[in-house]
Design a protein around this ligand. Structure first.
Ligand code: HEC
Ligand code: HEC
Length: 165
């Protein structure tokens, strides 16, 4: 019942139906708890989640995290440019594969799945991580890797991860 508030944007069962909200189904429970708490405490840049999460208590956050962690991931269905996807793959293999293994499918309590995520959301996140590096917690190695990348590079990475369904 708590998670019904989230369905409008993250879709039924955490599979987002639109490009601006991420799919969160099947994410690691500890990752979800941390991120939702960071939104709540205003420690994580957001357009909308900060406001939403102020209404929830820690116990409710844990219950919603359990619910979404138990759902099944489904990748976004989007049109992609093959040439751009290959450009993104090359950057990924050079700078990102160490942590975002298996084409970005790997996830754990620190790292979210990014394979098959909505590319518009991924690009938005990458711009935030690169341009406002303290606005979202991130490993220093990721910050260093992003510093060297252009807007086109970030667009190509977003397309590449979206292609890894
Ligand atoms: C009005 C649309 C909307 C609603 C309702 C909403 N979200 Fe979000 N959610 C977003 C957007 C957009 C983002 C990207 C961050 C931002 O800009 O706020 C996001 C990001 C997230 C993330 C971060 C994913 C990541 O990998 O960083 C989680 C987790 C999340 N939402 C969970 C929830 C939960 C749980 C609820 C219900 C209590 C909820 N959301 C309600 C739109 C929404
Ligand atoms: C040292 C490990 C590491 C490296 C290298 C790294 N990342 Fe990350 N990445 C992470 C972690 C951990 C997070 C979660 C940060 C958080 O939100 O707390 C993350 C988050 C992300 C997100 C946000 C996902 C979401 O749902 O909000 C994207 C997109 C991303 N990384 C892409 C990249 C790209 C592209 C590169 C290479 C240029 C890269 N990462 C390099 C560890 C890494």
């Amino acid at each position: 019942m708590l998670a019904e508030t989230c369905h409008g944007c993250h879709g039924p069962n955490g599979v987002s139906m639109g490009p601006a909200a991420p799919t969160i189904a099947g994410f690691d429970r500890q990752y979800l708890i941390r991120v939702l708490q960071e939104f709540r405490e205003d420690e994580r840049e957001s357009t909308i989640m900060g406001r939403i999460m102020t209404g929830y208590r820690p116990a409710e956050i844990r219950r919603m995290a359990s619910y979404f962690a138990a759902q099944t991931w489904a990748s976004a269905d989007v049109q992609l440019d093959r040439v751009v996807v290959e450009q993104g793959r090359a950057i990924h293999e050079h700078a990102c594969v160490e942590c975002h293994q298996d084409g970005g499918r790997h996830q754990d309590r620190d790292t979210p799945r990014i394979a098959g995520q909505w590319p518009i959301y991924l690009l938005f996140q990458l711009e935030s991580f690169r341009d406002r590096p303290t606005s979202i917690r991130q490993p220093s190695k990721m910050r260093e890797a992003l510093e060297a990348l252009s807007d086109d590079d970030l667009g190509a990475l977003a397309q590449y991860y979206a292609s890894e369904r």
